[in-house]
Write a protein that binds this ligand. Structure first.
Ligand code: PLP
Length: 401
């Protein structure tokens, strides 16, 4: 047998628990009917993209650009696209931002990989605030960085500032912030962001180099009760925004997003060049050209996200009334539920026996919990409640009023 990189072999063969459950759910649906499988495993948006997405595609394909739209674009994204998106961001958030601040990517995954690759020199560490998206460690270690995991304050799932302060050292190159958060649904208030960025400023001064704040924001627009997510570059000039249209426009399979490098970023031009270099090394060539144009036309629009609020309200109030302990989601379409037994995988197995599918969150650096991806129909949420209730009874949970 030829020698192959062990780390990649392990990644390619190690089971991804969410995908595994999702595949099981599809097989089970073929046996007992899709409506009888209560699948909360994957963060695949359940609502259609806004009409403007398909209208834009139709207009492009029927218009004078139709012959060239499938061609290569500039590596960093078509200049007209970058102008349109940066103008939209300026209108929405201030700035001003220009095409020279924007690098179009193959979703947030590529935005994060290019950013990690661009910033990382040997020995560099990046702080990850648990709980976090399972792929962060893959993206980070795959691009040379070393993760330093900081557990949350388990009462609120907000950052534990004492632990965070200790975790930031002279080796810290950056910190990843994901608010609204996958898997907790927690959203940081302006007060939390201020505290966090004051700490980063103090630590940057103490260690004599910039500590970059990488803001991973695919769920920016999915917030409840009218909350507005603070715009991190307003608080901290060394912020790099990694964005994806996957969730806001319901386009996860089309793979489109961006890296925004605000003009006040320390070493802006060099980091921009390094991000472009990272994109070459990783072989991205350019982000999908048709969907770059969709982003240009649709930045700031969203799918009809109201079903996520309806589902959040039903699930959170229903589960807490049954006696479960849950983290109240302020955004996203995820809810963290504390497993009623210490082994969350065993709880999930028991639920699976009742065709209720959800993953334990050990791989999100959050053992003892399970994640419900409630980007499903409200009908499914309603059908799941009696099953959760039956489970609550089995575990002897005390209903709350
Ligand atoms: N970051 C977080 C927190 C996510 O939840 C996801 C996807 O679910 C990504 C990044 C990757 O997003 P994309 O599909 O746009 O690559």
């Amino acid at each position: 047998m030829n020698e192959l990189p062990e780390a990649l072999l392990a990644l390619g063969t190690r089971r991804n628990i969410m995908r595994e459950i999702f595949e099981y759910g599809k097989q089970r649906a073929s046996e007992i009917g899709a409506e009888n499988v209560l699948d909360f495993s994957l963060g695949n948006p359940s609502v259609a993209p806004p009409a403007e997405v398909n209208d834009t595609i139709r207009a492009i394909l029927n218009g004078p650009e139709s012959a060239s739209v499938h061609g290569y674009t500039s590596a960093q994204g078509d200049v007209a696209v970058r102008r349109a998106v940066s103008a939209s961001l300026t209108k929405r958030f201030g700035g001003p931002y220009t095409e020279n601040d924007l690098y179009m990517t193959v979703g947030a995954a590529a935005a994060l990989c290019c950013t990690f690759r661009a910033l990382t020199c040997p020995g560099d560490e990046f702080v990850l605030l648990a709980p976090f998206f399972t792929e962060y460690t893959v993206f980070l270690t795959g691009n040379g960085g070393t993760p330093v995991v900081v557990p949350p304050d388990y009462d609120t799932f907000q950052p534990d500032f004492n632990a965070l302060e200790k975790a930031i050292t002279a080796k810290t190159k950056g910190i990843v912030v994901n608010s609204p958060n996958n898997p907790s649904g927690v959203v940081y208030s302006a007060g939390t962001v201020k505290k966090l960025t004051d700490l980063l400023r103090a630590k940057s001064a103490e260690f004599g180099h910039s500590i970059y704040l990488i803001s991973d924001e695919p769920y920016r627009e999915i917030v409840f009760d009218g909350f507005t997510v603070p715009w991190l570059p307003d608080f901290y000039s060394d912020t790099i925004v990694c964005y994806s249209y996957s969730k806001s426009l319901s386009l996860p399979g089309e793979r489109i997003g961006y890296v925004l490098l605000p003009p006040a970023l320390t070493d802006h031009d060099r980091i921009y060049a390094a991000v472009c270099g990272a994109g070459r090394v990783l072989g991205y060539v350019n982000a999908p050209s048709l969907f770059q144009r969709v982003a240009a036309a649709c930045d700031g629009l969203t799918a009809d996200l109201s079903v996520y609020q309806t589902n959040r309200d039903l699930l959170y109030s229903g589960l807490t009334a049954m006696g479960y302990t849950c983290v109240e989601p302020g955004g996203t379409f995820y809810l963290l539920l504390k497993s009623p037994e210490p082994d969350a995988a065993a709880f999930c197995e028991r639920a699976r026996g009742m065709d209720l599918l959800m993953p334990p969150t050990d791989d999100f650096s959050c053992p003892g919990y399970v994640r419900l991806a409630f980007c499903v129909t409200t009908g499914q949420v309603k059908r799941s409640l009696p099953v959760f209730e039956a489970l609550a009874r089995k575990y002897g949970l005390q209903p709350r009023n």
